[in-house]
Design a binder for this molecule. Structure first.
Ligand SMILES: *Cc1c(COP(=O)(O)O)cnc(C)c1O
Length: 387
C-alpha cells in the first residue's frame, strides 16, 4: 500500500474559520462587501503594526483577490506605463514579474546574494546606473523576501532613496517575518501579501496591498472594484479591475489570523528539525538567518547541496529519493532571466541565483506535519545519504 502523501506546504485551519463563514451565510453577507472583509483588514493591520509598536498607524491594508492583483495595483499606483522599466529580483515566483508585463513595461532582472538569497544590492546599483546612463530611470524596484527570509532591507532602502526609485516589497511568502523587529510587508512604498493555498496562512485564494496612507488604500480599493465614480449610475473615468477579496474568503482569513503566530512557530520548528537532521550530513547547508536582525517565518525550509562533498549526491537525487517515499520536495524558484518567456530581458548578475537554483531544494515545511511524518522524512533523507 502506498504511504500517504507528505506535502511541501498544505492549508492548516485553526478551527474558527467556519464560524465566520456561518455568520456571513446567516446574515446574507455573500456579496464581496461585508464585516469579515473589514475585520480581516483590521487584523492584518494590527498584526503588522501592533499597538505597542513604534510603527502603529503606518500601515493601511486593502484585501484583494490575490497577491498578483496586489502587485499589479502597486505598479499602477506608481504610474508604471508601457515602455517603462521595472527592476525585479530574478530569483522569485513568476507572479512577481508578470504584472510588469501586464502593463507593457520591461522587467530588468537582478541577481541574488548568498546571505538571504534575495536582491543583491551591488548588482541592483550596477543596473540602476546602467539604465540611467542608457537614458531611462527605472520606475520601481520589486524586492522579494524569498521563503520568508527578509531581504537586505537597509541596503535596498538606501538605494531606493539615493536614486528616488520606490520599492514594491513582495512579502507574499513572508507574513510573520521581521527585520530588526519590524514586520515584513511594511518596508516598501507598497507591500504585497498572499493568502494562496500553499502560503503560511490561506483564504483559499487572496492577497493584500499594504500602503502607508488611507488615501492610497482607498485608491487601491477604488481600482479593485471597477473604478466606479461617485454617481447614482455606473460612471467610469479610469480603467478598473475586479480584484477585491470576497467576504466569505475574508472569513477564512479572520480565523487564520488568530493562529498565525502559532503556525509561524511550528514552521520555525520544522526548520530546527532540518538543522538537527543535517548536522551530521556533510555538504548540506540549511538556509538560515544570516544575523539576529533577521527573523524568518521559514515558510519553506530550504537546503543547498554541494555534491562535491556528498559523494556525488545531488539535489535531484534527493528529490527522487523523497518522491519514491511519496514525500514532496521541490527545486528553488527557477530565476526569471532563465525562463523561456523572459530570457530576452536584460539581466545584471554573476550566476548566484542560477547556482542556488541548481543546488537548492525545498523540503516539507507545513505547520501541520506530525512526528510520524517527520520520522518518514528523516528516514528517507538518511537513506538517500546512506547514514
Ligand atoms: C505566491 C506568490 C505571489 C503571488 O501570490 P498569489 O496570491 O498566488 O497571486 C507573488 N510573489 C511571490 C514571491 C509568491 O510566492
Amino acid at each position: 500500500m502506498q504511504k500517504s502523501k507528505i506535502w511541501l506546504s498544505s492549508p492548516h485551519m485553526g478551527g474558527t474559520e467556519i464560524n465566520y463563514i456561518h455568520e456571513a451565510f446567516e446574515k446574507n453577507w455573500i456579496a464581496p462587501l461585508g464585516p469579515n472583509l473589514n475585520a480581516f483588514e483590521e487584523a492584518i493591520q494590527n498584526y503588522l503594526t501592533p499597538i505597542s509598536s513604534p510603527y502603529r498607524g503606518t500601515a493601511e491594508v486593502a484585501a484583494l483577490s490575490s497577491g498578483t492583483a496586489a502587485l499589479h495595483l502597486a505598479l499602477i499606483l506608481l504610474g508604471v506605463k508601457p515602455g517603462d522599466e521595472v527592476l525585479c529580483q530574478s530569483m522569485t515566483f513568476a507572479a512577481s514579474a508578470n504584472p510588469i508585463a501586464y502593463l507593457g513595461a520591461t522587467p530588468i532582472f537582478i541577481d541574488s546574494e548568498r546571505d538571504t538569497f534575495n536582491l543583491c544590492p551591488n548588482h541592483l546599483e550596477e543596473a540602476i546606473k546602467d539604465r540611467i546612463s542608457k537614458g531611462k530611470t527605472p520606475k520601481a524596484i520589486i524586492a522579494v523576501h524569498l521563503y520568508g527570509m527578509p531581504y537586505k532591507v537597509e541596503e535596498i532602502q538606501e538605494l531606493s532613496k539615493k536614486y528616488s526609485i520606490p520599492v514594491i516589497e513582495d512579502s507574499a511568502e513572508a507574513l510573520g517575518s521581521s527585520f530588526k523587529r519590524q514586520k515584513c510587508g511594511t518596508f516598501g512604498d507598497f507591500g504585497v501579501l498572499s493568502f494562496n493555498g500553499n502560503k503560511i496562512i490561506t483564504t483559499s485564494g487572496g492577497g493584500a496591498l499594504v500602503s502607508h496612507t488611507e488615501e492610497k488604500k482607498q485608491k487601491a480599493v477604488f481600482l479593485a472594484t471597477q473604478a466606479r465614480d461617485n454617481a447614482p449610475h455606473y460612471q467610469h473615468s479610469e480603467i478598473g479591475y475586479n480584484y477585491r477579496l470576497s467576504n466569505i474568503s475574508a472569513g477564512i482569513g479572520r480565523g487564520q489570523m488568530e493562529i498565525l503566530d502559532k503556525h509561524v512557530a511550528l514552521r520555525r520548528k520544522m526548520h530546527e528539525f532540518y538543522k538537527n537532521l543535517f548536522k551530521s550530513i556533510k555538504g548540506v547547508d540549511v538556509f538560515s538567518e544570516p544575523t539576529e536582525d533577521y527573523f524568518s517565518n521559514h515558510w519553506l525550509s530550504v537546503i543547498s547541496i554541494n555534491s562535491s562533498k556528498t559523494n556525488g549526491i545531488t539535489r535531484e537525487d534527493l528529490r527522487l529519493c523523497l518522491e519514491k517515499e511519496n514525500i514532496e520536495s521541490r527545486p528553488l524558484w527557477k530565476p526569471m532571466h532563465l525562463q523561456p518567456i523572459f530570457e530576452k530581458m536584460p539581466f545584471y548578475g554573476s550566476g548566484v541565483a542560477e547556482d542556488l537554483f541548481t543546488n537548492g531544494l525545498c523540503l516539507p515545511s507545513g505547520s501541520n506535519l506530525n512526528d510520524e511524518e517527520r520520522e518518514r522524512i528523516a528516514n528517507a533523507i538518511c537513506g538517500c545519504f546512506k547514514i
